[in-house]
Design a protein around this ligand. Structure first.
Ligand SMILES: Nc1nc2c(ncn2[C@@H]2O[C@H](COP(=O)(O)OP(=O)(O)OP(=O)(O)O)[C@@H](O)[C@H]2O)c(=O)[nH]1
Ligand SMILES: [Mg+2]
Length: 371
């Protein structure tokens, strides 16, 4: 079935298990069928990204497996991609391109589409020089460096397009800020879900809000922000809960930047529920947590307002389940164990939310009541 879509891929990644698993999931989310995985310790060599021996090997593997594309789990330059493409006779896409393709495929709202467009232009900018050179190859680079003019025109076109997209995004952002102002007026604590892609944010969101937003094992199922009012049973306390795009490691800064208006919600949150897939290996949890922590600090989110939600505990054996909160990995945080799928730990989670976000609101209300 795959061949008619031209989606058979040979993947080049680093030799560690985490990288291998993640790029396979990304490839799947991008709609590729992986025929072969090749590993390499360094993927940033000058000519092909991979070493020239590995490039030869790739040529063979592509032919053998009748693949249509090579996916490189790293950011490579256009020149490197073009060189490798020429040698192997198939298209070469890098990690950034793959993530952009997934985002483009999944973008459903105007804002997400504009964000993807902006990211796309940012991806092209540093590659413009190589692209122009590649397309004008054969022409003489003569007096005053022919080709520089074309490069210049291309740069200016990209910059102008970025300006347009940013203006449009600014308008959607103004609408969003209005919403934020309305939210403030309600005086209800604002709680944001955050975390690595596929940690179970939307599953928890659906459980707490009785929504039915799309969930899936694929990476980057959610790209846009949804906000819902939640009334907790018993206490009848209310919070606003938001679900948003997930994080991933080695995400280029401009992609985070392009999604800034979506991720900005996190900065305004009274409380951030940082979801962790606790069913994974300690190594994976560590890598993902570091990546989330870095992204949150880039967004200037105060660590004091983060609750770590250890999700998917239904998949743990009873011993690990009993001990997991004591793992030194989590020592900096307030933690709650839950299973978003089964509903375990919801009462504890609600209590924690009310303690940390609701308490503040009540004291404010109490102060106002005294006036
Ligand atoms: N076993 C188990 N699976 C879970 C649990 N929570 C979520 N999942 C599964 O994990 C996968 C990802 O869940 P999502 O809710 O889509 O994750 P997300 O964090 O919203 O992912 P993105 O939107 O892609 O960033 C789905 O296949 C869920 O069924 C849980 O508590 N236990
Ligand atoms: Mg989601």
């Amino acid at each position: 079935m795959g061949a008619e879509f031209g989606n058979r891929a040979v993947v080049v990644t680093y030799p560690d298990e985490f990288s291998r698993r993640e790029i396979l999931e990304l490839a799947k989310a991008g709609g590729y069928e992986v025929a072969e995985v090749v590993t390499q310790r360094t993927i940033i060599r000058s000519e092909y990204g991979v070493g020239s021996g590995k490039a030869q090997e790739l040529e063979g593997k592509v032919a053998e497996s009748k693949s249509d594309v090579i996916i490189i789990d790293e950011s490579v330059t256009s020149a490197q991609a073009n060189n490798l493409s020429k040698l192997t006779h198939v298209a070469v896409i890098d990690r950034e391109r793959l993530i952009l393709n997934i985002f483009a495929k999944r973008a459903a709202t105007t804002e997400a589409k504009l964000q993807v467009q902006l990211a796309e232009l940012r991806y092209q900018l540093p590659r413009a020089r190589d692209e122009v050179r590649h397309s004008t190859k054969g022409e003489q680079a003569g007096f005053m460096g022919m080709g520089e003019y074309e490069v210049d025109v291309r740069f200016r076109t990209l910059k102008r397009q970025m300006g347009f997209v940013k203006q449009k995004l600014e308008k959607t952002r103004t609408a969003r800020d209005l919403h934020a102002a309305e939210r403030k007026k309600l005086g209800v604590p604002f709680v944001s879900l955050a975390g690595y892609t596929s940690s179970g944010k939307t599953t928890l969101f659906n459980r707490l809000t009785a929504e039915s937003k799309e969930i899936s094992p694929d990476l980057f199922t959610t790209l846009t922000t949804t906000i819902r009012m939640v009334t907790f049973p018993k206490s009848k306390s209310r919070v606003l809960l938001s679900d948003t795009v997930g994080f991933i490691s080695r995400l280029p800064a401009y992609l985070v930047e392009s999604f800034k208006s979506t991720l900005d919600e996190l900065r305004h949150a009274d409380l951030v529920l940082l979801m962790v897939d606790a069913s994974e290996s300690s190594e994976s949890i560590g890598i993902k947590l570091t990546s989330c922590r870095d992204t949150l600090s880039e967004l200037e989110v105060d660590p004091a307002k983060v609750i770590l939600v250890l999700n998917k505990v239904d998949l743990l054996d009873s011993k690990t389940r009993a001990e997991i909160q004591a793992d030194p990995l989590f020592s900096d945080y307030t933690t709650v164990k839950v299973s978003a799928v089964r509903g375990d730990g919801m009462r504890q989670l609600r209590n924690r939310i009310l303690e940390l976000a609701g308490g503040r609101r009540e004291s404010r209300a109490a102060v106002q009541g005294k006036r």
